[in-house]
Design a protein around this ligand. Sequence first.
Ligand code: F6R
Length: 607
Amino acid sequence: MCGIIGYCGPRPAAEILVEGLKRLEYRGYDSAGICVRSGGALRVHKRKGKIKDLRAALPDRVDGELGIGHTRWATHGEVNDVNAHPHTDATGRIAIVHNGIIENYAALREKLAEEGYRFVSETDSEVIAHLLASLYDGDLERAVKQAVSLLKGTYGIVAMHADEPDRLVGARNGSPLVLGIGDEEMFLASDVTAIVAHTKQVVYLEDGEVVSITSADYHTTDLRDRPVDKKIEFISWELEEIEKEGYAHFMEKEILEQPESIRRAIQGRLDMEYATGHLGGLNMSRQELLNVERVKIIAAGTSFYAGLVGAYLLESVARIPATAELASELRYRNPVVERNTVYFAVSQSGETADTLYAMRELQRKGARVLGICNVVGSTIPRESDGGVYIHSGPEIAVASTKAFTSQLTAFYLFALMMARMRHMGIESGLSFIHDLEGVPALVSEVLSRRDALVPLARTYAGAGNFLFLGRGINYPVALEGALKLKEISYIHAEGYSAAEIKHGPIALINETTPSLFLVTDDGLRDKVISNMKEVKARAGKVIAIAVDGDDEVDRIADDTFFIPKTHELMYPFLMVVPLQLFAYYSAIELGRNVDQPRNLAKSVTVE
Ligand code: F6R
């Protein structure tokens, strides 16, 4: 989704802005632009398309040490040069970049137009530039505070004025903004990846806060001009982590990183003496944990599917009733918050608007909401009542992979902990730990077999539709496999419980609609095999992901990919990896943009 960068310092701003925008590319965007103050005037360069198009359109030399930049993911108005940010007022003395959606822009636009302000774009954002022009009296910071007080909706904004050569002003409501503190230079960004190459000292803005920066200094206030004391935090990510390091795509790199990322999510969180999990950030006393009678999980997309696995696990291992629900749905159905219920908000980015607003709705009703997030310092972990960081490292590819397996890890640790506080004995606890600790090596083993998926992807890349079918704890994995395939290859794919196909989807089966079955060696295996036969009987092609040695499945399926044997509860980790790779190789076969699939954004900060 849209990205922001701002620079104030002694260095040429344009290169820093463009390089920062390049690092924000992963969020998904359709146009990009920068504005640099040069020779006392503001110079805007913006383009529909990729950063390389913007770069190509820039003059050989762009002077100026103050500037703002933006990658736009269109919401209001088509994708074209005019609608790209930065937007200026009619005099060209004020420029702004904006993430989010201004809900009352139509009314503001009408009023400003009546006052003579001339609009050139179709965006909601442009209204902010004209509003600032109407309020500016020589003090940009004051004008920003007055302007944002009139806005309804969500925003992360950075503004600059040609008359203020060493100042940028940022404001936040519902769309992230972070200040980077450098050596005699300051940065503003929507996401730390844009500035991590320059500084690791950051200050995260909260909703309702405004930051004013010069190259040497900054101060933060609320909208009523009261100073707000902010903590300086340190980014632990290294620059290399957000670079491809020789891999063809970030997605490939991130899939291959999973043995390590799962290990990191487990690290320091097992208590071998008591054979239990240890999650320090939950902020819950032993008694509060013992009192938990129900767990509810909210999330979106891939994180929701991780939540479905988590709910299954909590019921089967910890015997705690647990459900997962789409955050976007929960928010608007006036949920009942029950006593002794713990909620989890699961989000890789920690910024997903649907999940964030659902969390706030629950908290408003008195719920305790814990976060399971990857991005340290993002909004959901900051606003949650406690939680677990999954420590996957930056996930840059739009399609989520390593975050999914690390989110699962967090649930496995929590389930173990809750089970050990209830009915689970020490021996079973140790055996669960043994199985969980074995997962990274088994994932490595799956990865070592990945070449076998390349011809499979080639064979089926021409399919127009795909079914992904699994059961039990692997049913959500089938949903995730289908999501991965459709996201990056654009092949239409649906995930179902294998049992459900006879209730409808079987009507789709013919020789051109393949079905991919997840078959494990648990109590549901024989039923899944029956479903495979039903598909075969209707001339459907069958691909199976099966456990080593399952010759029967191999005989029925047209193609089989084998994974190593493990405990039945650990299969989601091993099953999802070939599905991620299958989607990846299919997308490559079809020549898709793997890391930045069309229309998608990494961090979905609008509803
Ligand atoms: C799928 C994908 C999305 C996200 C969803 C939630 O590959 O990336 O479905 O999982 O937008 O995002 P987070 O986890 O950041 O809340």
